[in-house]
Design a protein around this ligand. Structure first.
Ligand SMILES: Nc1ncnc2c1ncn2[C@@H]1O[C@H](COP(=O)(O)OP(=O)(O)OP(=O)(O)O)[C@@H](O)[C@H]1O
Length: 329
């Protein structure tokens, strides 16, 4: 089912949590709402769910105006960051809950729950209680429970927000696979750009209650509409007046750095800079630099192999050049 929000406004006193927001979410897509804290992501999601009422504007699900419909009438599965499971019910019974209260036939419930346990990888834990699961397992149970009633739309509000980095990474791969299996139109709220880039078909970047840009991860990353979008999708600095990403900067010991770029107009030219810090990030090395001419500070991210060859030391002067810059449209 597709979702359309048209001209949504929501104020708290003088404060505009949503300021004339419009977005089309295509059927079967996984769309992320990405933005900093307080940008209006949850308000937009809750308005789609019917948990918040808009001051003005329209929400349509598959072309049907649901602006005045209750959450129950909207047929939506919802998963929050802190999922409230029924503590006294087993994993299996938690997943079956929605189907039971809808009085589905027993054999249908059994078949559906078996299928979902398998999809979310919790078959062996089905007799456990929520307290006996890890955080990641609990969120997978929450997703299975939301999916059990065949919702038209799945809304996820920072579902992995409370989990540690490694588990988050595993779960977002898993979510992408799940989505490729069940194809339910999904909207994911996140403030984590990596998560959004990793799982989404489309990303809407929100800032101060407005949508800054909507597009595929590639469109937003390579053609951000403005500096806010560019910097929210990954760190950027200014080098010779150009916006550059740390990965796109090369470092060398001499100014004769020749990089055959695809288009020489996307070149910052060579900048002399001083090394301020060298930070080992594991797989890569982050180098903090200061341009000699302007005093501007910027970041470069190089491989361990590059650093082995260069042997950069704090305080020394080197040369930097970027051959690719995000294109502000
Ligand atoms: N019930 C409320 N009363 C007053 N202000 C509210 C209320 N709910 C939200 N807000 C304000 O609206 C703005 C948007 O909130 P929202 O929760 O949508 O942001 P968010 O982008 O989801 O942020 P976060 O990532 O921190 O959850 C915030 O500044 C918030 O303080």
């Amino acid at each position: 089912m597709s979702i359309s929000v048209i001209g949504a406004n929501k104020r708290y006193g003088e404060f505009a949590a949503l300021d004339d927001v419009s977005i089309d979410i295509p059927e079967g897509s996984l769309t992320s709402l990405l933005g900093p804290s307080g940008s209006g992501k949850s308000t937009l999601l809750r308005s789609i769910a019917g948990l918040d009422t808009l001051d003005s504007g329209t929400v349509k699900i598959n072309g049907r105006d649901v602006s005045k419909a209750s959450p129950q009438q909207r047929d939506i599965g919802f998963v929050f960051q802190h999922y409230a499971a029924f503590k006294h019910l087993t994993v299996r019974d938690n997943i079956a809950f929605g189907m039971k209260i809808r009085k589905r036939p027993k054999n249908e419930i059994k078949a559906k729950v078996d299928e979902l346990l398998d999809i979310v990888g919790l078959t062996v834990f089905q007799k456990r209680y929520p307290a006996q699961l890890s955080g990641g397992q609990r969120q997978r149970m929450a997703l299975a429970r939301a999916l059990a009633v065949d919702p038209q739309v799945l809304l996820l509000d920072e579902p992995f927000g409370a989990l540690d980095a490694k588990v988050r990474e595993d779960l977002r791969k898993w979510l992408r696979n799940l989505h490729d299996t069940v194809h339910v139109t999904t909207v994911l709220v996140t403030h984590d750009q990596q998560e959004a880039l990793d799982v989404s078909d489309r990303i809407a970047v929100l800032n101060k209650g407005r949508i800054e840009q909507i597009g595929t991860p590639d469109e937003l990353y390579d053609h951000p509409d403005n500096v806010f979008v560019a910097s929210f999708l990954g760190s950027v600095s200014k080098l010779n007046g150009e916006l550059v990403r740390p990965h796109d900067i090369r470092l060398g010991r001499t100014p004769e750095m020749v990089f055959p770029g695809p288009d020489s107009s996307l070149d910052t030219g060579v900048v002399k800079a001083q090394v301020l810090r060298v930070v080992n990030l594991g797989f890569e090395i982050r180098v903090e630099l200061k341009a000699a001419a302007t005093g501007e500070e910027f970041l470069a991210q190089i491989t361990r192999g590059d650093q082995n060859a260069l042997g950069l030391v704090v305080g020394e002067s080197i040369y930097a050049r970027a051959t690719k810059v995000p294109q502000l449209d």
